[in-house]
Design a protein around this ligand. Structure first.
Ligand code: CA
Length: 223
């Protein structure tokens, strides 16, 4: 899962980036409204954390532009304490949730996870597909109750597939949602990682759809 942070205070944006990365997200950071707007316009984020008070273009305007252009990624806005009018403007512009500064970093993580899950159509905190269970808050995958040890990259890939079970996910889509913009990965790396995940969870659960991509299935027999 890939998240964009748009925050102009350097210390805060760094803390957000580190906390989100430690929680298993690929993270891009923008320090002003223009860069943030551009990234949100061109990259497929699973969620966006958007400060409202930003240089160059303010957060509400950035959000309005995304929504007018049909960008539907869930957006968590950050506002200064007591600015109710700012929050309302944020929701009017298409925000999904807000947090008031100062806030607990952990709460941001929990809210971002919930937003991503909801956006993918899941109400339950635990995702399942056949014998697999993903507890995203605990960062843990089990197969028939047994823990599956995964590296951070493997977890990110499997987590994306588990948010979209039964659907063919192209190689490009998968790459775009598990790596940040500075990561120079080629699709061979992805192949290798998928091979490792298959060995850990059972090869039959991730099907390769020739020329199209990968599909996580809860019916291994259904080729
Ligand atoms: Ca600010």
């Amino acid at each position: 899962m890939r998240v964009l942070v748009v925050e102009d205070e350097p210390a805060l944006s760094l803390r957000l980036q580190r906390a989100l990365e430690a929680a298993g997200f690929a993270v891009d950071v923008a320090h002003d409204g223009e860069d943030g707007w551009h990234l949100g316009e061109t990259e497929p984020y699973d969620a966006i954390v958007l400060d409202l008070g930003l240089p160059r273009i303010d957060g509400v305007t950035v959000l309005k532009r995304w929504r007018d252009a049909g960008r539907s990624a869930p957006v968590l806005i950050l506002t200064a304490r007591g600015r109710w009018s700012e929050k309302m403007a944020g929701f009017d512009a298409g925000a999904d949730d807000y947090m008031t500064k100062p806030f607990e970093l952990d709460e941001v993580i929990y809210r971002v996870r919930a937003l991503i899950r909801r956006a993918a159509g899941h109400a339950q905190p635990e995702l399942s597909c056949g014998p697999l269970r993903l507890d995203s808050n605990a960062g843990r995958v089990t197969r028939e109750g047994a823990p599956v040890p995964l590296t951070a990259q493997e977890f990110r890939i499997l987590s994306y597939l588990m948010h979209h079970p039964g659907r063919v996910v192209s190689r490009t889509e998968l790459m775009e949602h598990v790596y940040d913009r500075h990561f120079d990965a080629d699709s061979n790396v992805l192949e290798v990682l998928l091979g490792r995940i298959r060995r850990k969870i059972g090869a039959e659960l991730i099907r390769t759809v020739r020329g199209q991509g990968y599909r996580l299935t809860d019916r291994p027999d259904d080729a």
